[in-house]
Write a protein that binds this ligand. Structure first.
Ligand SMILES: NC(=O)c1ccc[n+]([C@@H]2O[C@H](COP(=O)([O-])OP(=O)(O)OC[C@H]3O[C@@H](n4cnc5c(N)ncnc54)[C@H](OP(=O)(O)O)[C@@H]3O)[C@@H](O)[C@H]2O)c1
Length: 284
């Protein structure tokens, strides 16, 4: 079923969102601070709103995707929101999402926050994911429309949950990028072919290791760190070997050092016989 949807913010991501909604047959009204960015979407069938208020009035669902939360307030200031669902897909902090939910509901609107786990080129294609939190009623009402953008997952009524999970997934990604870059720098220092190393050794190894990590959750939730793959003393010695090797190869181990620091800290506190999941105790 096609719906009336307004999209506010037509940067790289907002334009991709509006384009996917048009492709799915929805009636889309668009607004952007720099009006020229609406032109390709108007050519595809979107309606251009002259003002933000006109865009908000045009549709029960208003998707906002601008730079940051201050820009969200700047755009929506003084615009009546009664009876509108505001789905804010702008990246931000959980605290900002909760404040924005209060601000929108205080003005008579219903609020959803969204975390986009995709780049613009992935929107409307398999593999893209958007996490939503906030009003369940609003999510259920527009779930089909959200499905045109990406796989849609509702993660709870706390508006801050979608941005928190978004940032947690980025955290996992940055950790993986750190390990990838350090590994490549070490291999490069030895002159081994990088593409062969990454495609036939490193990436299959990382995937196999990641597949086992959900099992760690049981240990973390129970606080029982005795079920071991390897204990912290073995890992402390391993990190020592790694860091010394980096220095001997004249490569900086800077992205690896925080891991060594935390393992050293935990073993110095007398937990050398525990498994790696116990490092979470040092983070809490
Ligand atoms: N690109 C990605 O890969 C990606 C992935 C996930 C999430 N996101 C999130 O999506 C959001 C938009 O990103 P983007 O890639 O589309 O960025 P972008 O291409 O730089 O577009 C930024 C958008 O914000 C608008 N804007 C900035 N300040 C404004 C203000 N004070 N008042 C009104 N409008 C303002 C811009 O309007 P003008 O055109 O007038 O400058 C433009 O529409 C960000 O929160 C980003 O973190 C992006």
């Amino acid at each position: 079923m096609s719906a009336d949807i307004s999209v506010i913010g037509l940067g790289l991501m907002g334009a991709a969102l509006a384009g996917a909604l048009l492709d799915a047959g929805h009636r889309v009204t668009v607004w952007n601070r720099s009006a020229d960015k609406a032109e390709p979407l108007v050519a595809k069938g979107a309606t251009r709103a002259a003002t933000v208020a006109e865009a908000v009035a045009a549709s029960p669902l208003v998707i906002v995707c601008v730079l940051d939360y201050p820009a969200v307030y700047e755009v929506l200031a003084d615009v009546p929101l009664e009876g509108r669902v505001v789905a804010n897909l702008t990246t931000g902090r959980p605290v900002e999402a909760r404040e924005a939910a209060d601000w929108v509901t205080g003005r008579g609107g219903d609020y959803l926050d969204g975390g986009i786990m995709a780049v613009p080129q992935m929107i409307g294609r398999p593999g893209a994911l958007v996490l939503y939190s906030g009003s369940r009623q609003a999510y259920d009402r527009f779930e089909a429309a959200f499905g045109a953008l990406a796989g849609a997952r509702y993660v709870g009524d706390d508006p801050g949950m979608a941005p928190l999970l978004d940032l947690a997934m980025l955290t996992g990604m940055y950790g993986q990028i750190a390990g990838f870059l350090e590994a490549v720098a070490l291999v490069e220092s030895a002159g081994y072919p990088l593409s062969e190393f990454t495609s036939t050794l490193l990436v299959p190894w990382l995937n196999a290791m990641a597949a086992g990590q959900p099992e760690w959750v049981q240990s973390i939730e129970s606080g029982d760190y005795t079920t071991l793959v390897s204990n912290l003393e073995v890992n402390r010695a391993g990190l020592e070997t790694l860091v010394r090797t980096f220095r001997e190869q004249r490569v900086k181990p800077d992205l690896l050092l925080p891991m060594k620091t935390i393992i050293d800290q935990r073993t110095a506190r007398g937990h050398a016989t525990e498994g790696l999941p116990s490092l979470i105790e040092e983070l809490r």
